[in-house]
Ligand binder design. Sequence first.
Ligand SMILES: [Zn+2]
Length: 417
Amino acid sequence: MNKKGLIIKEASQVVTVSGFESKKGAEMQEIGVIPGGSVLVEGETIAGVGDFDDITRGLRLEDYDIIEAGGKTVTPGFVDSHTHVIFGGYRADEYNWRLRGDSYVQIMARGGGIIKSVTQTREAGYEDLVAAGLRRLDSMMRFGVTTVEGKSGYGLDLETEMKQLRATRALGDRHPLEVVATFLGPHAVPKDFEGGEMAFIRYMAEEVLPVIKKENLAEFADIFTEKNIFELASSRIYLEAARALGFKIKMHADEIHPLGGAELAAEFGAVSADHLLKVSDEGIAKMRENKVVATLLPLTAFSLKADYARARDMIDGGLAVALATDMNPGSCFSESIPLIIALSTLYMGMTPEETLTALTLNGAAALDRSHIIGSIDPGKQGDLLIHEFDSYEFIPYHFGVSTVETVIKKGRIIYQR
Ligand SMILES: [Zn+2]
C-alpha cells in the first residue's frame, strides 16, 4: 500500500534556511539550525519541521515511511539556477589546447569556441540531445540538485532554439528533477548573419521571441550582454521585447568588461543578473534597490583562471547572492556543487552559512520560486537532502567531495548512495 508520506526522524541537525523570499545581505547568515530535528512530508509537501513528537502528534506512524537520521544533517535540496545543460557534441580538444596555453583567438581560428557548439547542436538529433541531457541531470542529482535551470543559445536560429527548448522540456518530463527553461537566443552573433549584431537582435526580438512565447517553451528570456557581443543598445531592444511579451528576465552581465549590465538588469527588473565578475559599486546598489538576485558562477572563473566575483562586497552591500554551476560545453564543463562550495568558502570570502543559502533559497529566488522551494518550511515542496556527518560544518570541511547520501524530490527518494 502507498504510504501517505515520509518522516525524517531526529537528524543531528535540520538546517531549514527558512524563508519565502530571497535572503539579502546579513540575512544570508541565518540558516535556522534545529538540533535533533525531524521533518514531516505529506504527499509532495512539507507539513512539519521540528520536534518529532510535536510534528507527528495524532498521526498513525505506520502510514509513513520513516527514515532514521541520527548522525546526519538535513538541508533543502540544492537549486542550480544557471546551466546550459542541453548542447550537442563536446569541446574536450579545445579545453586541452587551452591547458597547453593556446589563446582564445588561436582556438577560434582552429574552429573552436561557441560556434563549434552551435554547429554541433544544429546537427544533433533531438533524441540524442535529450539522452545526453538526462545523463547530465543524473550527475547533478547525485550532487544533491533537485531543481535545475537550462538555457538554449546553441541554435541561434528559430528551428534549433526550439529544438533545444523542447529537449529541455523533455528532460523535466522524463527525469525526477524539475527543469526550468530559459531562452538565450542572443548568446552570440552567428558569423554569417547579414547585418551583424543589430540585425540579429531584431531577428531575435521580432521573429524568434514571439514564437517561443506562443509555444510556451521558456519562462525566462536571457541575453549575453558584453562588449563587442551584445552592447547595451542592442540588449535594451531585446529586453524591451521580452518584457512586452511577458517573459521574466535574466542576464549574463558584466562578466568580461564593466559594461553596465547590472544597471540594465536593475532597470528592467530582471529576476537575476549572472556572472558579475566586473560589476561596479553602482551596479550593486541598483541591483539591491530593484531586488535583482546576483547569481555567481565560480566554476567558470576557476576554469578560465579569472578573478572571482566580489561576493563579499555584494553581500555586505545588501544583495541576495545565489551560486550556480554555469555547466556548459565551453568555459565550464562541470556540474560540481562540492567544487562551488570549496571556491565560495576558500576564495570568495563567503561563510558556510551564506554558501548554503546561496545554493538553496537564493537559487530558488533566482528562478522566481522562493515561495515553493529552497527551504524547509511547511507548505513548500518536499525537496530535501540527507548528508553524511552530524553537522552542516562538514559540507565545506569535506571539500571537493559530496556529502549527499539521500536526495528527496517532492517527498520521494530519487537517489540514495
Ligand atoms: Zn551562462
